[in-house]
Design a protein around this ligand. Structure first.
Ligand SMILES: [Zn+2]
Length: 268
């Protein structure tokens, strides 16, 4: 006969194992999507992160969260950092690119003087990238053609808020082999729509039908942003150390809580 405590422990262990399996099944990477195979995305959650030149202590904070829970995710890289090695060493993380066309668009080209040059600049940092989201969501037929020519397979530049009620799915682009992957939630856009960060949105998002691609910015996870004031103050001050940065961290429910709750609600 099994001792009641053993039963509790084994039930707990079984629950933990089930939760770990569930988390590993639910969270996956953009590059695993097949637009013609609904099972490759239906019922899954795609956590994506636009790195946006975040300092290493901010990136490390997000990596700690993902690694601690063995969560699969896609990171859109903006810059070289020693942490790229840590990211590459984790098979659960996919590295894509986050090209910045703004200097070109605003007439102040810095890294390159044309679209292919900008894409090459970022592919030099992440040569293995198959997925892309442009900084500021810049896209055009020319940009798509360049992505296609350079071997990119997944473009994540369409933002369609999940509250639109549209049943979203990925679709093949007319450039064969390129798949469009719309995303339905982003931390700062949620705030810009004057929506509160709250666990209610976690359940709404989790229950929503269709493709679920969420986008976080490491800085908003780190600052636990619920409004953008703390972020603007942080950016104006540009703290160099984590100790200095701590004063800008929101203590109420915010983006970090939201991320942790999305993970917890889906199997962790
Ligand atoms: Zn960006």
């Amino acid at each position: 006969m099994t001792h009641p405590i053993d039963q509790t422990l084994s039930a707990h262990a079984a629950h933990a194992a089930h939760a770990a399996r569930a988390a590993q099944n639910v969270f996956t990477q953009i590059k695993t999507i097949d637009p013609l195979q609904q099972s490759s995305w239906q019922g899954k959650i795609f956590l994506t992160f636009d790195l946006d030149w975040a300092p290493d202590y901010v990136l490390a904070h997000v990596l700690d969260i993902l690694e601690h829970r063995t969560i699969k995710a896609t990171l859109f890289v903006t810059h070289r950092t020693p942490l790229l090695e840590r990211m590459r060493a984790n098979p659960h993380l996919e590295l894509g690119i986050h090209p910045n066309f703004n200097p070109l668009l605003y007439g102040k080209p810095s890294m390159a003087s044309d679209i292919p040059g900008v894409v090459d600049y970022f592919l030099d940092i992440v040569p293995e990238a198959l997925s892309v989201r442009s900084h500021s969501l810049v896209q055009s037929s020319g940009v798509m053609e360049t992505y296609h020519q350079k071997g990119i397979k997944f473009d994540c530049n369409h933002f369609i808020p999940y509250q639109s009620g549209l049943n979203m799915k990925p679709w093949p682009h007319w450039f064969k082999g390129l798949t469009k992957v719309p995303f339905c939630w982003e931390d700062d856009i949620h705030i810009l729509y004057d929506r509160q960060m709250s666990p209610q949105w976690v359940s709404d998002l989790t229950a929503a039908p269709g493709l679920k691609v969420l986008n976080f910015h490491p800085v908003h996870v780190y600052l636990n942003s619920a409004v953008l004031d703390n972020y603007h103050n942080y950016r104006n001050r540009q703290p160099k150390t984590e100790t200095e940065a701590q004063q800008f961290v929101n203590k109420e429910y915010g983006t970090r809580n939201f991320l942790l709750d999305v993970i917890a609600a889906n199997g962790d």
